[in-house]
Design a protein around this ligand. Structure first.
Ligand SMILES: [Mn+2]
Length: 476
């Protein structure tokens, strides 16, 4: 489909005009970093427009929750970072709704238009929702259309995009995401530069930044604290300033250059090609109004902090931080973050202990109760990025959730997507066959299924992936 950004922006204008006519709105958002930033943008926009508002967070929108909302009065419902997979049902239930989402929509632009839906989704305009704009970005464009003064919300919109890893494919944000960057720069809230892309530039001691490096992996150093320290010492980099560990942003230009070229040299000498070294550097996004050295100063670190509030049942903490609250609330978010890090490390160990089962076209692990259903997707992605997993078939993670169901997360590589794999379509179809619900993106998708249908679901999914590959290669 040809890219119609004008159409996308004019739909945003139209939706903005419609929202202005309401006096009360209920925001429903996704419980992850992109969802929280999207929800925060919606709430701040409504607040500035003098519209009363409430918010709720959901892991995965399903028909029962829509039916509940239908019975709850006359407010406008504003779905952010979700909703596009259930817009037909919303229409059938007679809901009064707005959707600003970037997940693959079930209805076409024509259908949505014919029903007069206030439904903004980049896929309807040939804009790639996996890389070019996230839920927070789509919401931001409606917010900007409501009031030019909302351009200062571009900073948290970029946090949402980074939370959804939209900067990873090209090592920079692309597409309409760049419009958000330009706005943020003009509003004085954002700046960006090319720098080392590893996580933790603001807050991690430099050796930890290297020890936890994953994209690209540094052979002999990733995962090895002692080697990371030695590597830096041999380059003459002082690790401490007095008693305090130095972070990446405290290094001088020459020190940074020495580290980057030493890593590049090491990668090349170990046979990693230009593709690997090319991923060392990329754009990094700085929130100018946040304190230097804080988790909130770097967009990727901010997003991780938000994930660690949302995924442990405290999305309100994350939302309030997006809305500018600090102090004690920020301290409790940092506590959640250190717990989150610990859980991720333990989660990876669970996968190693439980082992990965290979089927013909997928591989999976089952973490039972040992990994929270809210972080099994992150663990699956980290696992697929690690050295120890096959890259030629998607990885699926299963976890038991508290409500007695099973949460499924699937992750693919870019190569697999290029070869025709679409996890959103496969999970949606496979989940539907076992009375579950699924969807997401071609490269990353999720589902919730009845616990007793796990094996049936996995075999159907295996068949779905087989069919996608064979359809693309023109095979039988
Ligand atoms: Mn999203």
């Amino acid at each position: 489909m040809e890219c119609d950004t004008d159409g996308f922006f004019s739909k945003a204008e139209w939706i903005a005009k419609t929202i202005r006519r309401y006096s009360a709105v209920h925001v429903v958002t996704h419980i992850d970093a992109d969802g929280l930033t999207a929800g925060a943008i919606a709430c701040r926009t409504l607040e500035r427009a003098g519209i009363a508002h409430t918010i709720e967070y959901v892991k995965q929108l399903d028909e029962p929750s829509l039916e509940r909302m239908a019975g709850e009065g006359s407010k406008l419902l504003w779905f952010t970072d979700l909703g596009s997979g259930l817009s037909r049902k919303m229409g059938e239930l007679g809901l009064d709704f707005v959707i600003t989402d970037h997940h693959i929509p079930e209805q076409s632009r024509e259908e949505v238009g014919a029903q007069g839906q206030k439904h903004l989704n980049p896929h309807h305009y040939g804009i790639d929702g996996a890389n070019s704009v996230s839920g927070s970005g789509v919401t931001y464009f409606v917010s900007r259309a409501m009031d030019d003064a909302n351009r200062d919300l571009a900073g948290i919109a970029v946090v949402g995009a980074c939370g959804d890893l939209q900067d990873t494919r090209d090592c920079r944000l692309t597409g309409v995401n760049r419009d958000i960057l330009t706005d943020g720069k003009a509003a004085g809230v954002l700046e960006w530069q090319v720098d080392l892309r590893y996580f933790g530039r603001q807050t991690r001691p430099v050796y930890k930044l290297l020890q936890y490096s994953s994209d690209p992996i540094i052979p002999g150093i990733t995962g090895r604290e002692g080697e990371a320290v030695k590597f830096l010492q041999e380059l003459g980099i002082s690790l401490k300033e007095g008693e305090r560990w130095r972070s990446w942003i405290e290094l001088g230009h020459d020190e940074k250059r020495a580290v980057v070229s030493a890593i590049a040299k090491l990668l090349l000498s170990k046979g990693f090609g230009a593709r690997s070294t090319g991923r060392l550097l990329g754009e990094v996004y700085t929130l100018r109004r946040e304190e230097v050295g804080s988790e909130l100063r770097d967009a990727k670190e901010f997003a991780t902090l938000l994930n660690s509030t949302a995924r442990y049942g405290n999305p309100d903490v994350g939302l309030k931080i997006c809305l500018g609250e600090r102090g004690e609330l920020f301290e409790s978010a940092k506590m959640l973050l250190s717990g989150h890090r610990k859980n991720l490390v333990e989660g990876l160990q669970v996968v190693v202990d439980e082992g990965i089962v290979e089927m013909e076209h997928i591989q999976y692990f089952h973490s039972l109760e040992y990994i929270r259903d809210t972080i099994v997707g992150i663990v699956t992605g980290m696992m697929l990025n690690s050295d120890s997993v096959r890259k030629d078939i998607p990885l699926v993670g299963l976890a038991h959730s508290e409500d007695g169901k099973t949460k499924v997360s699937a992750r693919a590589t870019r190569d697999l997507v290029d070869r025709g794999i679409d996890l959103a379509a496969a999970l949606k179809a496979a989940a539907a066959q076992v009375d579950g619900v699924g969807g997401g993106h071609n490269i990353a998708a999720g589902a919730t299924i009845p616990r007793e249908s796990e094996q049936a679901f996995l075999s159907i999914l295996d068949g779905q992936i087989a069919a996608q590959i064979s359809a693309r290669s023109g095979g039988v």
